[in-house]
Write a protein that binds this ligand. Structure first.
Ligand code: HEM
Ligand SMILES: [Ca+2]
Length: 686
């Protein structure tokens, strides 16, 4: 039921007096206390329903042979707990918006009151970090808390993705399915099959190696990991069991009956589960938001973990080392996961061949990713040993902390010095101040800048890398199709190849161009375990954008001040033909297909979103490696970090004899002879 008209009018006022604000707060408090029992009952009913799906064996735990999407994308318990509060905030927001007749776009401004009645539902108020030591600590916290000393939760793991622009949902918080001119948006799978056609071998990137793709994914797994909804007892939700009928959190993708590939299998539905919704960091009512399970900062959390428990489970607790696995024939691999939590495809039940554990749970997704994880784990252990050799008195903890600090700094250096210049081009690097210095400290730390990952970046722009993926990984003298290696670690254990061959293969082959095309392995066979029942990554990216209410391309393009046509005319025409209204076009599809900026690999809209994000990750990170301050490296140490290249890290941690000296760049390729690579000068750490 609606509130009286004077209440509704009060909430429509743009400026209010303190007395009016108090009145607003009281009204909201009243609405909340009326709604709370109703909301609680509705959530209980929904949970009973979920339990039914579980009891009937539709949603299952630990599904191995499955058509469920991304079986390795496990949601952590902490995220599930926050999601339970998110559900309550979502429903409470909706009832406030309905009774006060507030339109979706203005919810955040109009319902911005801090309401103490909601405190018990605010996960960010409990266990607040104690930052007493952080102001002077040389080391980051494991979970990213206390980086910003005023806003101690900024960038912490298990906090919301932020946004560049307000979300655009249907009916306050439902996935966007309708066009601005009424009618339905085109199906995600249709856009994928018509527009994101298979990459061809003739569309290779002329100057970047396949390692440029893989480093991008490794970096992505440092800074972002969305949390997907789970069923009863954390089970995997199977949305297609009832055709397309099952409601929230299901948002399955309809496959057109004339689909060029899937129709031959009679398949009409592809699983898709909505991302968990989270309260906002300040726990005011507002739009639906999504949750990042990783630390937002570039800090090596994919190696070390984003929470204390994970970090402990990866440590040796001797001499600062991380745990290793492998066996006598192939030592020094990542530690094994005997519980197979990633639901890997394990060959022939060989008890020695198991998937791996790392700081980010997606590590087993494919062997190129496993290889970079392995190399950086080894680099950590090597550095810990180097520091220990010169510093007799250092404890396990100090050795671990210092090696972790150095590895995190190396990752930042490679990101800003080697990776981003190739992707963004020189003009964008300059205008956002992203280039590292060649000497001295950087004095640009800005404690008003929140480094947190933006939803538009995570859900659309930084997925440009999906277009760089090749059909296959070069391996020994041949190649392995991705379908044969998704979630299958077998070649990592191969004594005749393994990590060395996979890594060498990445620098010996080219990336695909960033364009609308994606490998067929990703659009027709992603994680496939039964022919015709794999997933589609392009469709998933589009659907995820709608799930998160990501603004349309046109709006982001305007926000980024991109003028005129940013596409090749033919490409733009093809994309437009799929939509009834060009202002509806999804951000991923239009962004990835823009004509690249001069000297870069992506178009102007994605370059803007990505540059802004990396600017915040640099200037909003108190522990950015070039900063001065109580956490700083000495200038001599900093000079040593600045010598880092990805190629040297690879040389130091594999048996590879020679490699591209700029591991991401093929053109004008200079070869680095690994025997000439010197170690870090540990005497600067005495
Ligand atoms: C073989 C390589 C890769 C595979 C199989 C892969 C697969 C996936 C899958 C299944 C998702 C989850 C989609 C969803 O449910 O929304 C995802 C998300 C994502 N991918 Fe990739 N990807 C790969 C490489 C890359 C690369 C090279 C980049 C960037 C340079 C990248 C950036 C992202 C980002 C930013 C997300 C969103 C992360 C999040 O949900 O928090 N990926 N990818
Ligand atoms: Ca991180």
């Amino acid at each position: 039921k609606q509130r009286p008209i004077e209440d509704i009018k009060l909430f429509q006022k743009v400026k209010v007096t303190p007395a009016e604000q108090k009145k607003k707060d009281d009204i909201l408090k009243e609405i909340m206390s009326e709604s709370l029992p109703v909301v609680e009952a509705a959530i209980q009913a929904a949970e009973a329903e979920e339990k039914k799906f579980f009891d009937q064996g539709i949603d299952r735990v630990g599904v191995r042979n499955t058509t469920a999407f991304g079986p390795h994308m496990i949601t952590k318990q902490r995220a599930i707990e926050i999601g339970a509060f998110g559900k309550r905030f979502g429903r409470l927001t909706k009832s406030a918006a309905e009774t006060l007749n507030i339109s979706a776009g203005t919810i955040d401004q109009q319902l911005s009151s801090q309401l103490s009645i909601l405190d018990p539902f605010c996960p960010f108020l409990f266990n607040r970090p104690d930052c007493g030591q952080a102001a002077t600590s040389r080391y980051r916290t494991i979970d990213g808390s206390c980086n910003n000393l005023n806003k101690t939760l900024w960038g912490q793991s298990f906090t919301p993705f932020e946004r560049m622009m307000p979300a655009m949902y249907d009916n306050v918080d439902q996935p966007r399915e309708t066009s601005t001119s009424g009618g339905l948006l085109p199906l995600a799978r249709k856009i994928s099959s018509q527009f994101h056609q298979p990459s061809l071998l003739s569309h290779l990137m002329p100057d970047l190696s396949h390692m440029a793709m893989e480093f991008g994914q490794f970096l992505s797994h440092d800074i972002q990991r969305n949390a997907l909804s789970t069923g009863y007892l954390g089970s995997t939700i199977e949305c297609c069991f009832f055709g397309l009928q099952r409601g929230d959190p299901c948002f399955p993708m309809e496959i057109p009956t004339d689909d060029p590939y899937y129709s031959q299998f009679g398949r009409t539905c592809m699983n898709f589960v909505r991302a968990i919704s989270t309260p906002k960091l300040d726990c005011t009512l507002g739009q639906r938001q999504q949750l990042n399970q990783n630390t937002h900062y570039i800090d090596g959390s994919q190696i070390y973990g984003s929470d204390a428990q994970t970090s402990y489970s990866l440590r040796e607790f001797v001499a600062g080392k991380l745990q290793t696995g492998g066996d006598p024939n192939i030592p020094n691999l990542l530690p094994k996961d005997p519980f197979n939590r990633n639901n890997c495809m394990l060959p022939n039940n060989d008890p020695n061949v198991q998937c791996f554990r790392a700081g980010d749970d997606r590590v087993n997704q494919q062997p190129a990713l496993i290889s970079l994880h392995t190399i950086f784990m080894r680099e950590h252990n090597r550095i810990a040993a180097g520091l220990a050799a010169l510093n007799n008195g250092w404890s396990d903890q100090v050795l671990y902390d210092e090696a972790r600090k150095i590895v995190g700094a190396m990752l930042q250096h490679i990101t800003y010095n080697e990776y981003l210049p190739e992707i963004l081009g020189p003009a964008t690097m300059n205008s956002y101040g992203l280039k590292p210095l060649t000497n001295g400290y950087f004095n640009g730390y800005d404690n008003t800048l929140n480094a947190a990952i933006k939803n538009e970046f995570s859900t659309a722009a930084f997925r440009f890398g999906h277009s760089m993926i090749h059909d296959s990984l070069k391996y020994n003298n041949g190649a392995r199709n991705l379908t044969d290696v998704f979630l299958n670690p077998a070649i990592v254990y191969d004594t005749a190849g393994g990590v060395d061959s996979i890594t060498k293969g990445l620098t010996d082959s080219y990336s695909q161009k960033v364009d609308e095309r994606l490998s067929e392995q990703l659009t027709s066979h992603l994680f496939e375990r039964q022919p015709g029942f794999g997933d589609d990554l392009a469709a998933t990216n589009i659907q995820r954008g709608r799930d998160h209410g990501i603004p349309f391309y046109q709006l982001m393009k305007d926000t980024c001040n991109v003028r005129g046509l940013a596409h090749d005319q033919t490409v733009w025409t093809a994309l437009n033909a799929l939509y009834q209204n060009s202002s509806d076009i999804d951000l991923f599809s239009a962004g990835v297909s823009e004509t690249p900026v001069h000297g870069g690999k992506i178009g102007p809209t994605f370059a803007c979103i990505i540059a802004k994000q990396f600017e915040a990750l640099k200037k909003g990170d108190r522990y950015y490696y070039e900063n001065s301050g109580s956490q700083a490296f000495t200038l001599a140490q900093l000079d040593e970090i600045r010598q880092t290249t990805l190629a040297k890290v690879i040389c130091r941690n594999t048996g590879i004899a020679s490699i591209l000296s700029r591991a991401l760049v093929k053109s004008g390729a200079n070869v680095l002879n690994c025997s000439s690579v010197s170690d870090i000068a540990y005497n600067k750490w005495l």
